[in-house]
Ligand binder design. Structure first.
Ligand SMILES: Nc1nc2c(ncn2[C@@H]2O[C@H](COP(=O)(O)OP(=O)(O)O)[C@@H](O)[C@H]2O)c(=O)[nH]1
Ligand SMILES: [Mg+2]
Length: 329
């Protein structure tokens, strides 16, 4: 909870659309489907026993995030009276908009293991949907909170996840990634990030994830930098960027004063430094490669079945002829 899962996905999407706040926020699975830039984004809610979803919001990212927050708060406070199963957001996903082969892919935001208990709803059903999402997806990213990892043993973070480890590990070799998020919270006295990653690697290996792939990231910085770069940041997003991320790009003037460049001047570098572009490129590459293989093996299986059917057919015919020859003889 609060490791930055929703923020990370927002950074990948390139819009502040998934709600994130201090209380447990993501109450059930939310799918984000890519639409073309011209289409109007929507927030849909699926309820048990109903085939058509309810349209909760329509409009830009801010509009959707606001309505999403109001709706999830209501569900959390009053209980899940409408039996909501999942949400779906239709929004352009910046990271896949450039690759038409990926346009059918969906991002899935799940509640954290510790949110399952805190959400005032059917926790068994929540666990089931989250695990199902994990089973059926092409890549899984575990978002770990650097700020929490600094002080706590990784065993605390993984206790819950590991209860489902066998299910997770069985089919998912090669498609699990770990994101060490909020690395911007490192202070002077903290260990260097590569050292932290080395430790984390060892600990994750001990938990049964052989050779874990870990990327450092600052999702909030990545998201804000993307928005500023595109000239789409609101005043408050720009202020957030200045308050939390600009200072490390300060330069000294001739009198030795620290001068901080404008957000628009440092956004491209800040985006690179956030680690988000690297993660997008690597993970997306793996997904296309894996799904390419999956597609190929699906097609091969169909061809294989078809040839078997033809072979069976021919064998039956041959058997028929053999009996006819017998009677003729
Ligand atoms: N400093 C910093 N804060 C972040 C970062 N990513 C997320 N946050 C903040 O952490 C809080 C929880 O984020 P959220 O995405 O809701 O976490 P979730 O519960 O895992 O979905 C929010 O206040 C975010 O703004 C980051 O990279 N750096
Ligand atoms: Mg969340």
């Amino acid at each position: 909870m609060k490791a930055g899962k929703s923020t990370f996905l927002n950074a990948v999407i390139g819009a502040d659309v998934l709600a994130s706040e201090n209380a447990a926020c993501t109450i059930c699975r939310t799918d984000i489907r890519h639409i073309d830039a011209g289409q109007v984004p929507r927030l849909l809610e699926y309820r048990e026993g109903q085939t058509t979803p309810v349209v909760i919001a329509k409009g830009d990212a801010g509009e959707i995030q606001q309505k999403f927050l109001v709706r999830t708060r209501k569900i959390r406070e009053r209980g899940n009276l409408d039996n909501t199963i999942r949400f779906e957001i239709e929004h352009p996903i910046e990271a896949i908009s450039a690759l038409s082969s990926l346009s059918g892919f969906t991002l899935v935001d799940t509640p954290g293991p510790n949110e399952w208990e805190s959400a005032n709803s059917n926790t068994v059903a929540l666990k089931q949907t989250a695990l199902e999402a994990l089973r059926t997806c092409n890549a899984i990213l575990f978002i770990l909170n650097y700020a929490a990892y600094k002080d706590n043993a990784v065993s605390d973070l993984f206790k819950e996840v590991i209860q489902n480890r066998q299910e997770l590990l069985a089919d998912n070799k090669g498609k699990i990634y770990f994101i060490l998020n909020k690395v911007d919270q490192k202070t002077e006295k903290d260990r260097e990030i590569p050292d932290v990653i080395k430790d984390l690697k060892r600990e994750l290996a001990g938990f049964g994830f052989p050779n874990p792939i870990i990327y450092p990231a600052s999702s909030r910085q990545g998201l804000l930098a993307k928005l500023i770069k595109r000239g789409e940041a609101t005043k408050s997003q720009e202020k957030d960027f200045e308050d939390f991320f600009s200072a490390k790009y300060a330069e000294r003037d001739d009198k030795g004063r620290r001068v901080i460049p404008l957000p628009s001047e440092i956004a491209p570098q800040a985006l690179e430094d956030s680690g988000i572009p690297t993660i997008q490129e690597t993970v997306i590459q793996t997904i296309t490669k894996n799904s390419g293989w999956n597609l190929l093996s699906d097609v091969l299986e169909i061809l294989d079945k078809a040839t078997k059917a033809i072979e069976d057919n021919l064998n039956t015919q041959i058997n028929g002829w053999a009996t006819e020859i017998k009677t003729l003889k």
